[in-house]
Design a protein around this ligand. Structure first.
Ligand code: UDP
Ligand code: MG
Length: 148
């Protein structure tokens, strides 16, 4: 198995609810190696590019509003590297729907579904596959922020 890289983002709900340290702690304890971090001002343009694959979904605008809560909001982006890291990080993060996620996962422990918008406020983003990971890392990081 080749060495992979994956993108993790602390979503706005995770940051507002002060779960940033907890997310990093869980990923740290699971043994993943962090190779780059960046605090990124999240524009609507960036959020829309990040969730491009979902642009035809009925919840897309609510998702973007959730992801860009204010004009100058900043998101912590992290790249982890390791063997099989994409699927291994997804296991620790848990399923998309926090109510269906394993209760011991990050999303299962701390996520919720907004009663107002129906958006799954699931604390953390993690790339789903190698293609997404490459595209997403290039969106959130500049080349010079990443080790060779
Ligand atoms: N999402 C949602 N309702 C849905 C599907 C997705 O609110 O029915 C949100 C949720 O925050 C999710 C994000 O959109 O994390 C991206 O969806 P995706 O299917 O890519 O799930 P993920 O890869 O984040 O598990
Ligand atoms: Mg996804």
């Amino acid at each position: 198995m080749a060495i992979e890289r994956t993108l993790v983002l602390i979503k706005p709900d995770g940051q507002k609810r002060k779960l940033t340290g907890l997310v990093i702690d869980r990923l740290d304890h699971a043994g993943f190696e962090m190779i780059a971090t960046r605090i990124v001002p999240v524009t609507r343009k960036l959020a829309e590019a990040h969730y491009e694959a979902l642009k035809d979904k009925p919840f897309f605008q609510n998702l973007i509003n959730f992801f860009v809560p204010t004009k100058n909001f900043k998101i912590l982006a992290i790249v982890y590297q390791g063997e099989n890291v994409i699927s291994e990080v997804r296991k620790v993060v848990g399923a998309t729907n926090p109510e269906a996620a394993d209760p011991s996962s990050i999303r299962g422990s701390f996520g919720r579904i907004s009663s107002v918008t129906g958006i799954m406020e699931n604390v953390v983003h993690a790339s789903a596959n190698a293609e997404d990971a490459e595209r997403e890392i290039a969106l959130w990081f500049r080349k010079e922020d990443l080790p060779e």
